[in-house]
Design a protein around this ligand. Structure first.
Ligand SMILES: NC(=O)c1ccc[n+]([C@@H]2O[C@H](COP(=O)([O-])OP(=O)(O)OC[C@H]3O[C@@H](n4cnc5c(N)ncnc54)[C@H](OP(=O)(O)O)[C@@H]3O)[C@@H](O)[C@H]2O)c1
Length: 281
């Protein structure tokens, strides 16, 4: 398989690098195209892959084409992709708020289209990505996509109408998780701890808590004989009566912590839904 990447910024670049580093795609058969050819050529040189100045050429050379440009660049980029596109090629879009129907409007209703919603931890091999496909993608092609992305973390199939929810829960949430970690470190800093050191304590606590949730509250989908626990019981399990944690949990609840986080996620979800509606006009 030959792979092309159009738009190699933060997200497209992280996916490209993740796929190359995991050996899922071969350097000899990977091409990139960016907005600024000199910049793209340097990126290609650093990754030992090939930069192509023309999108037409990249599409002709590739079997799978990742589109990593910002949603606003689609009207410029997609007509150029369409010029050379033929319907046996798979186009993978990672854009928030650009629907499969909008992409079909450029490439035709017989085009093979995959919409993924990755997130920033792709950079460290801990991505959570959703995968949604149109009806031209075969079961095997869907499996191939899940397998490719799983090399950088986790990937799961979701129906396209849930992508906005995925954006709220994982696509955008690294940003609000950084905010939470920063606030924890600042709190410790206010009580005399070095903030750089406190950042390590806070981040490691979030990492460990996340691992416990993944291990104890979710099942792998296979019958591994393990019962899952409710997340509220995990919260209770660290709240010793008369202890310190229960005081923090009570204060957070009194100050509507959960409601504030839900409102933040809902703002991302609503924005994505509005962008999706606009992308089809
Ligand atoms: N960042 C995230 O955490 C995240 C998460 C999920 C999904 N996404 C999606 O991923 C996509 C990229 O986001 P990003 O954060 O990676 O943005 P970004 O860093 O700005 O990357 C966009 C890239 O597209 C390039 N580009 C723009 N116009 C182009 C054109 N006409 N031809 C070729 N390349 C072009 C840009 O080049 P220049 O740098 O030269 O302008 C840049 O390298 C977006 O659609 C976004 O919705 C991002």
């Amino acid at each position: 398989m030959r792979y092309g990447f159009i738009g190699v910024g933060k997200m497209g670049g992280a996916i490209l690098k993740g796929l190359l580093d995991s050996g899922s795609i071969s350097r000899e058969k990977t091409y990139i195209n960016g907005r600024d050819f000199e910049k793209t050529r340097k990126q290609a040189y650093d990754l030992s892959i090939r930069a192509l100045e023309s999108k037409n050429e990249l599409v002709r050379f590739s079997d799978v084409i990742f589109i990593g440009v910002e949603p606003g660049a689609f009207p410029d980029v997609m007509p150029l992709v369409a010029e050379a596109y033929t319907p046996e090629k798979i186009v993978v879009s990672m854009a928030a708020g650009v629907t499969i129907a909008a992409i079909e409007s450029y490439l035709g209703s017989d085009a093979k289209i995959v919409r993924i919603m990755p997130n920033a931890p792709a950079r460290v091999g801990e991505m959570m990505a959703s995968v949604s496909v149109n009806s031209n993608i075969t079961e095997d092609e869907q499996k191939m996509m899940i397998s490719l992305l799983s090399g950088m973390g986790k990937a799961a199939v979701v129906s396209e109408d849930l992508i906005s929810a995925v954006i709220g829960v994982s696509g955008s949430s690294p940003a609000y998780t950084y905010m939470y970690i920063k606030a924890l470190a600042e709190a410790a800093g206010e009580y005399g701890m070095d903030e750089k050191e406190a950042l390590v304590f806070a981040a490691q606590a979030v990492l460990g808590a996340a691992k416990i949730v993944l291990t104890e509250c979710t099942s792998s989908g296979e019958d591994d004989g393990q019962d899952t626990v409710d997340i509220d019981s995990l919260i209770d399990s660290v709240c010793t009566p008369g202890g310190t944690t229960i005081e923090a949990v009570r204060s957070l609840k009194d100050n509507d912590f959960e409601k504030i986080v839900k409102k933040g996620a809902a703002a991302a979800i609503e924005k994505s839904a509005a962008m999706s509606r606009d992308s089809e006009h």
